[in-house]
Design a protein around this ligand. Structure first.
Ligand SMILES: [Zn+2]
Length: 514
């Protein structure tokens, strides 16, 4: 139906972002004009940005800025853009437009038909879309910083606090390395984190794994070392330039969480790591992330230049045991009546929320309406499942194949070892050794890339691997839906002002797993 007095602005943007090319301004304009024509809107102005990214807050987009001031000056009542990615990929800006749509009656439609901010459904879609877009950007940033870390890591151990077992320069510290090795062996043999921590702390007793030696607490050791380095430096400096020594933490038992950190550290298996910096999606809050394995161009793990302390096979089976025990003990638990109970976390204390009839609760922190949150999370999951790169995230634990890969990697390593022996025995030349090694290592890289892809959650695999993951998600049972959510993201609930009825998606933080 025609809406005769609507004045519309058209916003057009082309970007050099690779995923956005191929949609020239003329095509966008034609589609937008069709919308205006169909709705009977008068186009009063066109705003254009060329080659500007919508994701980077620091990059200026003059066309967009003019659009904002044009709206504030009341020059139009509707905006037409080709898709929401053209307009903005920043949830904050999108929220401003949604507010404008709600409060001032702005009409915002996209030519590709995906969002119409004049409807509830359109607004929900727009929010989910912006959240997903934002997370795509974060993933890209993570990949880029991974590339930088990779360059930096070549030949060098990562900076920062040294892990137990390695010096700052990445050399093995023998007695610590033995302890690390024993920790992995004990855990793989069924010891608990608590028992291992007790053994490291020098306790003795029945359940204490015997081969784990006592060690001073690592933070204490490291502080001593740092202080003595500083002390040496200070001797060469004038008094005003000398740096203060840090207080040494008291001797205390090892906490199980430190043992967990050791078991999770990929460096012990010789993998290079990086720690992702947080993006802005969850309101700038930072949270600890464990180091991830740095991956090369083809997804193969990047090797550090240091000597591994534990075998890769041991390391990955420890990860599998940790993953499954985390799932059993603190996650899903006994409370599985609702989509998010025991699964979503409290944004205040990080505990898993409990589900009640119509609410999710963390006592003393938050009480939220279940329906709104489940609708939002479900919409986000469905949008994620519809992403074309979903295959890259596929969890698909294929145990027999994992064993095959392990055996194949072993065979390739044996060939390298044999060539090395032949070289040492002067049977072959150095260039032959290099040729064999390059060849075998290339094959190992491919296998390891495959193993990384395979190592993931099995329950979710059925949905994620389906022909149509969105339909499979819709059709499956609650337990499998929960597994899908768990394998794709972490959901944190924040407080919501009392008495405010409108759902604010900023209060539900979805962090997509890498
Ligand atoms: Zn809480």
């Amino acid at each position: 139906m025609a809406e005769p007095f609507t004045r519309a602005a058209i916003y057009l943007r082309i970007s050099m972002d690779r995923e956005m090319d191929g949609l020239a301004i003329d095509r966008q304009r034609a589609d937008c004009l069709t919308i205006a024509e169909t709705r009977g809107w008068a186009v009063v102005r066109e705003y254009v940005d060329q080659s500007r990214s919508a994701t980077d807050k620091t990059k200026r987009r003059p066309g967009y800025d003019d659009l904002v001031s044009g709206f504030e000056a009341g020059e139009f009542d509707a905006i037409i853009c080709w898709d929401l990615d053209r307009l903005t990929r920043q949830p904050r800006q999108l929220e401003d437009w949604i507010d404008a749509a709600e409060a001032r009656g702005l009409r915002l439609v996209t030519a590709n038909g995906e969002a119409d901010l004049t409807t509830d459904g359109g607004r929900l879609f727009a929010r989910v879309k912006a959240a997903v877009a934002r997370s795509e950007v974060e993933r890209k940033t993570a990949r880029q910083s991974a590339a930088q870390a990779q360059r930096a890591a070549q030949g060098r151990a990562p900076k920062g606090m040294r892990p137990v077992g390695y010096s700052v320069a990445g050399e093995i510290i023998e007695h610590e390395a033995e302890a690390v090795h024993a920790v992995f062996t004990a855990f793989n043999g069924g010891s608990s984190l608590r028992a291992i921590a007790a053994a490291l702390s020098g306790e003795t007793g029945e359940r204490i794994p015997a081969r784990v030696p006592a060690l001073p607490r690592h933070t204490r050791t490291v502080t001593f070392e740092r202080n003595s380095r500083r002390d040496e430096e200070n001797k060469t400096l004038p008094p005003e330039k000398q740096r203060k020594l840090r207080p040494v933490p008291d001797e205390a038992p090892w906490p199980p969480s430190t043992v967990l950190g050791m078991l999770r550290n990929p460096r012990y298996a010789g993998y290079s790591t990086y720690t992702r910096k947080d993006g802005q999606l969850d309101g700038g809050k930072r949270r600890a992330r464990r180091a991830s394995i740095l991956q090369g161009e083809t997804g193969e793990p990047v090797r550090g230049q240091w000597k591994p302390i534990v075998d890769e096979g041991v390391w990955s089976s420890v990860q599998e045991r940790l993953d499954s025990s985390e799932r059993v003990t603190n996650r899903v638990g006994t409370d599985r009546r609702h989509l998010g109970s025991g699964l979503y976390r409290c944004g205040v204390c990080e505990q898993r929320v409990r589900g009640h009839t119509s609410r999710y609760r963390c006592a003393g922190h938050i009480t939220r309406s279940r329906e709104q949150i489940d609708a939002y999370v479900t919409a986000a999951i469905r949008a994620r499942l519809a992403c074309p790169d979903l295959a890259d995230l596929l969890p698909n634990r294929n145990e027999p194949r994992l064993h095959e890969i392990k055996a194949e990697v072993g065979a390739h390593r044996a060939k390298i070892a044999r060539a090395q022996r032949d070289y040492d025995a002067e049977v072959i030349e150095g260039r032959d050794l290099k040729r064999v090694r390059d060849h075998e290592e290339a094959a190992i890289k491919v296998l390891e890339a495959e193993r990384l892809r395979l190592a993931a959650n099995a329950t979710a695999g059925a949905v994620l691997g389906a022909q149509d993951p969105v339909a499979a998600f819709d059709a499956t049972d609650l337990g499998a839906q929960r597994a899908v959510i768990e394998s794709l993201c972490q959901v944190r609930l924040h407080g919501h002002p009392r008495g405010v009825k409108a759902f604010n998606p900023d209060t539900v933080a979805i962090d997509w797993n890498k």
